[in-house]
Design a protein around this ligand. Sequence first.
Ligand code: 1YM
Length: 645
Amino acid sequence: MQENRTAPAYDESQIQVLEGLEAVRKRPGMYIGTTGPRGLHHLVYEIVDNAIDEALAGYCDRITVELLPDDAVVVSDNGRGIPVGIHPTEGISAATVAYTILHAGGKFGGGGYKVSGGLHGVGASVVNALSTYLELTVRDGEHIHFQKFHDGGAYEEPMRVIGDTTERGTTVLFRPDGSIFEETRFDYDTLLTRLREQAFLNAGVRFILVDRREDGGGRKDDLCYEGGLRSFVEFIHERKGAAVLHPEPICFSGQEGDIIADIAMQYNDSYNELVLSFANNIHTQEGGTHETGFKNALTRVFNDYGRRFNILKEKDKNLSGDDVREGLTAIISVKLTECEFEGQTKGKLGNTEVRPLVEKMVTEKLTNYLEENPAVARAVFDKALQAQRAREAARKAREETRRKSALDSATMPGKLADCSERNPEITELFIVEGDSAGGSAKEGRDRRYQAILPLWGKMLNVEKARLDKVYGNDKLTPVVTALGCGIGEDIDLSKLRYGKVIVMADADVDGAHICTLMLTFFYRFMRPLVEQGHVYLAQPPLYKVSRGKQVRYAYTDEERDKYMAELTGEKGTKPAVQRYKGLGEMNPEQLGETTMDPNNRTIIRVDVADAAAADEILTVLMGDKVEPRRRFIEENARYATDLDI
Ligand code: 1YM
């Protein structure tokens, strides 16, 4: 990249830099989680997070992300600019230190909430390490400082002044390394979702996303929400086309010491609960002390209210947490100087001092709100009471079905072809749509540890169902029974009969629909099963390419073309290509070999985010409201055509 040879003064530090960053290149997963699409997008978030920190410090109110041709991306802000002065111990520019020395995070100076992003400024050097090219431009109100890096952090020249300016800010351009990432193309909508979330969490900061790629269609989004969390809740409800129980979200804010808490909540007429929590702008997927504080207070306030106004009579049971959260959309955001994250995926806030603070704030402010807005209080309370009755009905239905032993693991569903092995560490359950595919799967499996459950009957639209409807549904009951671990509040994974639950459906619209329904069902009613990573999707091949005895199975059009070229004979004899329209078209051996045998198959582990996405797709596509459905299909036109809708 650089014409002139390495300047001698940089020899030493250059070698150290590359050694340090080499650690990141050797184990990228340790720093960014994965080298798949998620990890790729994480690079952008790391840089954006540094700009958000600057916004939180009060110096920046505009952050721009531009997607360039050749898979490069530019992130810009109008903050103070990364410090460019010579670092006291390293002897090079502080900005260069931030971008080349691992763990140079910790930021410079102190004060403020150094908060967003997972890596706290460590991200800058990680992004550099994983890029083939990176350019750093800092405007400090007088000069434009510039430096470029290549091949994971190498550089020939130090940061230098390339011009004058009256503006301030930082601009980072980088191109992710294609030898590290599975794919280097950024997805506009993935970035849009993330930036929108950050725009809600950082009220008043403007986020701009621009697609400048040849095939980017000139998309541009300019996001700024003065309403913050209130706008977040309104946006979610609007998008789902939800009918709200009260016109305005209920919002609380409070601060104690250096902890700030913000909450917005609103009820809709659905049976779903959506509580999203954030700590220092990081989504806490597994909840934590802030979420617990909120939920405790909510349950307590509604029960106190009910007793005080005698809506809950002496003989009545208290409302449960699930009762008071039915139809609730709530966003909880806390900011604190030192976050502790725990749990399996470090997605759970651990700071114990946060729970009592949030609990006290919500208790006081919600109590006041309900007193001042009796009509809202009554509407929500009635809904919670209905939820309580439905739950009671579900309990009865469950006991009833238990007595009839339909959900009892002693009596397995008739259609289940069970395996002989009993150890859930190795057993697998394939849930297969359709009897004919079920038949092939039965023959093609390894019966020692693979069980098959064909689905039949009408699929319940889980979107509109409460738990009581699931009991007694002829399609879902066998699934619940076969799994053996119960559902809803009763779920007990120690009783799970199969360690892997694999949904196997055709690679077409109907198959996608079945997968979406099943994932939504697991997400809504058996979430721990998803959280603990037991749910998978099978990937049947799309094509069989064969010539004589040589056979290849292709999972994508690219693979098909590759195998066709490989199998084309010397005299130009073309191989035969068969497109599988459904699982049923494969004979048992083919299905077993390509889709079920662990030695050949690809299965996709479903995580909570995937299941939540399925849930959202279902809400939008199956819900009652036509307008959001039309909008969703328009916005996801690409996805929709993939599905042949
Ligand atoms: C497009 C990315 O990095 N902006 C940015 C970064 C920093 C500062 C300002 C800054 C911080 C402080 C003082 C301070 C810094 N980043 C790093 C690190 N935008 C972007 N804007 N002066 C300026 O925290 O006290 C160090 S400073 F490490 F993350 F690179």
